[in-house]
Design a binder for this molecule. Structure first.
Ligand SMILES: *Cc1c(COP(=O)(O)O)cnc(C)c1O
Length: 414
């Protein structure tokens, strides 16, 4: 039935109670029950993110340069800190966007505009990317009259750079690598992609949406990661989400450009209306001041030390899960995860049935189809639930009959 607006309104305590009741059927992320959609860095960080959001929830990032120098300063600081972490050159720049999809959209749009400025007819121009790349590129291509060309990954689940190289045509404008990709949590060979990009004068975008505020600290913790940031010469732009492992309130990501001259292709400006020029760097008009303030506050609260500690907790949690899973007969980890994401499945049982068994016990994580597997995106909040998870997994696996058949793994991102 369609809702109607109440005639008189209601008092806040009763509304607050109703909100609480509505959440009763939601997955209990505070209890570590979900390994997708939510990042739980600990209650202190959540409070900083929430309070900072509240302090600037009415301020508007659209007026950052004119009315709210506070937000301008915060955005400059957040972009500066991100550029620094990703070893960007002096001339680099960036913006805060509403999320990874918007950051990717703007990178693709900038690339397309640059190609047009160089005289190319960009209708159906191509973005070459691994099969493991995020659908945000397809969404951007859909809006921008471009095409994605998805190349199957190698046996190690990394981008097949030789096959990507072969796929380059005179319609190609962009190549994409992920750091890491969402499905497998693995960092593509960005150095090799960079050589290809430089050789063919193509725009290389590194999608570090889920790794941009994780991998730099993992490296500081001594984890031996492949190069993926602006130190790799051919990288033109990087997307990195503040609302994932940056632990900011939702509605915050960053897009970084190697050179200022790339950013001119991102900006949209219109003067043909009654109020004079309106010039915006992103898709949004009104931009929530709260999400900018939240990102600024959490970054300053955690600092390098805080992020390194969070990353340590997550990578240790992943290692404990990996070894526990490998001790359960027939289960295996796919690829060599080094960050906070991992997948596992079974070679001798139906992984779909294992997924269903865990789901029935209240563990919510997305199934993956290629290969049939169970996906975990971990945050510090999972550290206390590893034993419980492994106990349940042990029980569930024992009840699934031996078979080489796999049911269809149907992911739900709706
Ligand atoms: C999350 C994610 C995105 C999309 O970001 P949203 O904030 O959900 O729009 C893109 N790429 C990767 C690798 C991601 O993990």
């Amino acid at each position: 039935m369609r809702a109607t607006l109440s005639a008189e309104g209601a008092d806040w305590p009763s509304i607050q109670k109703r909100l609480g009741q509505m959440a009763d059927d939601d997955i209990d992320w505070r209890a570590g029950r979900i390994a997708v959609f939510v990042f739980h860095p600990g209650n202190d960080v959540l409070d900083v993110a929430k309070d900072a959001y509240g302090m600037f929830q009415s301020e508007n990032g659209l007026g950052a340069a004119s009315a709210f120098p506070s937000l301008k300063k915060m955005e400059d600081d957040v972009v500066g800190m991100g550029l620094d972490l990703l070893h960007a050159p002096e001339d680099a720049c960036g913006s805060i966007t509403s999320g990874g999809s918007e950051s990717i959209f703007l990178a693709v749009k900038s690339c397309r505009q640059r190609a047009r400025a160089r005289g190319m007819d960009t209708r159906d121009a191509e973005i070459i990317m691994p099969k493991s790349g995020h659908p945000a590129f397809d969404k951007a291509a859909h809006y921008l009259d471009l095409k994605t060309v998805r190349i199957p990954v190698d046996t190690d689940y990394l981008a097949d750079t030789a096959a990507m190289h072969k796929a380059i045509t005179d319609k190609t404008i962009m190549i994409v690598g992920s750091a890491p990709c969402y499905p497998y949590g693995l960092i593509d060979p960005i150095t090799r992609l960079s050589e290809m990009a430089l050789e063919h004068s193509l725009w290389l975008h590194v999608d570090a949406c889920v790794g941009g505020y994780f991998a730099p600290f993992a490296r500081m913790n001594g984890i031996d990661l492949p190069e993926f940031d602006f130190r790799v010469e051919g990288v033109n732009s990087i997307s990195a989400d503040l609302h994932k492992y940056g632990y900011a309130a939702k509605g915050a990501s960053t897009l970084f450009h190697r050179h200022k001259d790339q950013q001119q292709y991102q900006v949209f400006s219109c003067s043909d209306w009654a109020c004079g020029e309106m010039k915006t760097p992103s898709l949004a008009g009104t931009r929530p001041g709260g999400s900018i303030a939240s990102a600024w506050a959490v970054m300053n609260y955690l600092g390098v030390k805080g992020y390194c500690e969070k990353v340590r907790v997550v990578t240790e949690t992943r290692e404990r899960l990996c070894s526990g899973i490998q001790e359960i007969g027939g289960l295996q980890i796919y690829g060599q995860p080094q960050l906070g994401l991992m997948i596992y499945g079974s070679a001798n049982r139906d992984t779909q049935m294992i997924w269903q068994g865990m789901f029935d016990r209240g563990w919510f994580s997305p199934p993956l189809d290629e290969p049939p597997s169970i996906h975990l995106m971990l945050s510090p909040g999972h550290a206390d639930h590893v034993e419980h998870y492994l106990e349940d997994l042990n029980d569930v696996v024992a009840k699934v009959p031996i078979s080489t058949q796999n049911g269809h793994m149907r992911a739900r991102y709706t």
